[in-house]
Design a protein around this ligand. Structure first.
Ligand code: ADP
Length: 211
């Protein structure tokens, strides 16, 4: 519709800029939705194979680094290359990490619109033992505003978002949760209001159940 309005009348430069901005923002929003849905739908196509978490993290960062740098956000990475590999659909795990980074970025930008020494996202990969099983844990930590108690139980719900319409779809975490469940993994978070949020993704290391 904005495109059509521009075709009809492009005489006012301020209005042209306004409409063009809307086209760009809405297209980006749709791109995020489509990327998420594709990542979820692609699960039948991409097979499970052994992947190193350090490679997944690096590939994801190569996609997000430019945007993070523009927002003056630094990424501290603690992903040891010696960690055991996991059997996974690596593109889907990339998508999960991308969603977590996007949320951390939004939280940091909301708290600190400009530059700030705490504008850091920390990514840690480690091995944890729980329920007699070894898990590869991927952690994404930010010092944004945290998740309010009333929002906490709903963040994994489809279409739950607290962001403005041009920023949030409410699909990122619900789709990520679905992807991790498909991997027989677990996903959770810890948050402190006004201090920050840490999301954990646990993937089973010696899982016999995956195809
Ligand atoms: P979206 O990012 O499009 O809103 P998500 O499903 O990814 O959708 O997230 C749902 C909601 O969870 C967000 O709108 C936000 O309120 C909350 N949330 C998720 N991650 C964070 C975070 N790191 N810090 C603060 N709030 C978060």
């Amino acid at each position: 519709n904005y495109g059509q309005l521009l075709l009809d009348d492009a005489s006012d430069p301020a209005q042209v800029a306004d409409f063009a901005g809307n086209i760009v923002r809405e297209s980006e929003r749709v791109a995020v939705i489509v990327r998420n849905l594709l990542a979820f739908a692609r699960q039948d196509k991409e097979s499970f194979s052994e992947a190193r978490i350090v490679d997944i993290v690096q590939k994801t960062l190569s996609l997000t680094n430019a945007v993070l740098r523009k927002d003056q956000i630094r990424v501290h990475c603690d992903t040891f290359s010696r960690l055991p590999s996991v059997k996974c659909r690596s593109q889907q795990i990339q998508q999960v990490l991308m969603n977590l980074l996007t949320n951390a970025r939004d939280a940091l930008n909301e708290r600190y619109p400009g530059a700030h020494e705490d504008k850091i996202i920390r990514i840690v990969a480690s091995v944890v033992e729980r329920k007699g099983t070894r898990w590869l844990r991927l952690t994404v930590e930010d010092h944004g505003g945290g998740i309010p108690p009333d929002a906490g139980p709903r963040v994994f719900d489809p279409f739950f978002t607290t962001k403005p319409r041009d920023k949030g779809t409410g699909l990122g975490l619900s789709i990520s949760y679905g992807i991790i469940k498909e991997h027989h993994g677990e996903m959770g978070f810890e948050t402190t209001l006004g201090k920050g949020t840490t999301f954990n993704v646990d993937l089973p290391i010696d899982d016999e159940g995956t195809p």
